[in-house]
Design a protein around this ligand. Sequence first.
Ligand SMILES: Cc1cc2nc3c(=O)[nH]c(=O)nc-3n(C[C@H](O)[C@H](O)[C@H](O)COP(=O)(O)OP(=O)(O)OC[C@H]3O[C@@H](n4cnc5c(N)ncnc54)[C@H](O)[C@@H]3O)c2cc1C
Ligand code: SF4
Length: 437
Amino acid sequence: MATPIPSDRSEGPIGDFKAPYTPAQAMAEANRCLYCADAPCVTACPTHIDIPQFIRKITTGNVEGSARTIFEANILGMSCARVCPVEVLCVGACVYNHMGRPPIQIGKLQRHSTDVAFEKGWRYFSAGPDTGRSVGLVGAGPASLACAHELRRLGHACTIYERKPVAGGLNTTGVAPYKMKADRSLVEVDWVLAIGGIEVKTGVAIGTDLSWSDLEARHDALFLGFGLGPDRLMGVPGEKLPGIEGAVDFIERMKLGTVDLAGVRRALVVGGGNTALDGVRELVRLGVPEVSLVYRGSEPVMPGYDHEWDAAKIEGVRAYWRTVPVAYEGGARVERARCVHLDEGKRPVAGSEHGLPADLVLVAIGQSTLGTLAAELPGIEVEAGCVRRDENGATGRPGVFAGGDGANGGREVVNAVAEGKIAAGAIHRWLESADHS
Ligand SMILES: Cc1cc2nc3c(=O)[nH]c(=O)nc-3n(C[C@H](O)[C@H](O)[C@H](O)COP(=O)(O)OP(=O)(O)OC[C@H]3O[C@@H](n4cnc5c(N)ncnc54)[C@H](O)[C@@H]3O)c2cc1C
Ligand code: SF4
């Protein structure tokens, strides 16, 4: 179902930041694994892939079986191998870290097995016997894709509604191109859909193009996997000047189309989270000569991952700490951010106002939430902008389940996959139970 995306996309020339293993390198790295009992790397993985088992299968030349072990636990194992912050998950938990030796490169080994499986076209899963039940899923991101795949294995028909023209959610439109490009995400979407019986209707926004009540009337159960909303902006004077935009919006344009950076010499990225860190690293790769982070806190409290910031510093990014824009100035486009320093209590320091020259500003202070979207369905509760659900994904409305960023507030792809899969189990149990029919 892959929607063609332009081949001259701005993300195109950006290379992989971690080169893939050759078969010999994968074999050598796999042979270092200690196959720990109660392996901490498995516990650290939200989808609990049996890591020692998939690694052991590489050492015996059974790459097909290795990939099966991965996909059984995580059907998006190919993209997770590329985009997971393994430094704080499986690799960070590897026992070698406590032995003063380099941890096993689990992500690269997982990439090796899953890439070979994709190349060879190995198929592992088939749909279960038709149950006659149908599930509607809102959003075609990792949460819904994982949920729908699991539901198909259990025999339920699935329709995914996606407001954008492409499927894959932020895996397609958001993750940094040096981890994975949009076309690779779409290859994975096709791979997931190859199980058959999952219809993806792109260009359909639930709540606008199709009402919630119509959606409910069409299906026996629903899964809400609609993620987060547009970038939040700061609302300061001048923020609407050309050359200032939300980071997620900018990244999506770079991944699916083109961004014009001609004449951009100095870029500021406002924020200190992982989207801000992706933003600065992407701008460096797109050739912007001076890229700086503007963050209201100090370096130790920055929420973005340390390993990403360390890499950004090596790539030449600088930072203005305890600094916040209060206005932007310019003519035909932005020329300057007027900023103030903040004290320990995040209060502006008197007399600290100063200008930072900028031809481009990306605002990366977080995405808005979409929880209220579904609140017109009685029983759905919204907490901190997210859909409230229990540990199995069940919301307060019978037959409606939720998972991924729209429910957890924004985590990682692997969390969305885990939550989608857990919710599929709960949806199955609910459909099989007699009390709602
Ligand atoms: C810039 C950026 C970079 C990231 N990089 C990484 C990374 O490197 N590694 C990592 O693990 N995680 C990363 N993440 C986080 C990760 O992408 C998300 O946690 C994950 O995609 C969440 O999956 P999801 O399915 O819940 O939501 P999404 O991927 O957001 O998918 C939700 C889908 O629902 C659709 N939708 C919304 N409203 C409606 C509606 N009304 N009707 C129909 N469809 C709707 C949206 O268009 C979207 O396609 C990144 C996030 C951002 C913003
Ligand atoms: S913790 Fe490290 S050595 Fe132990 S099984 Fe996991 S990857 Fe192998």
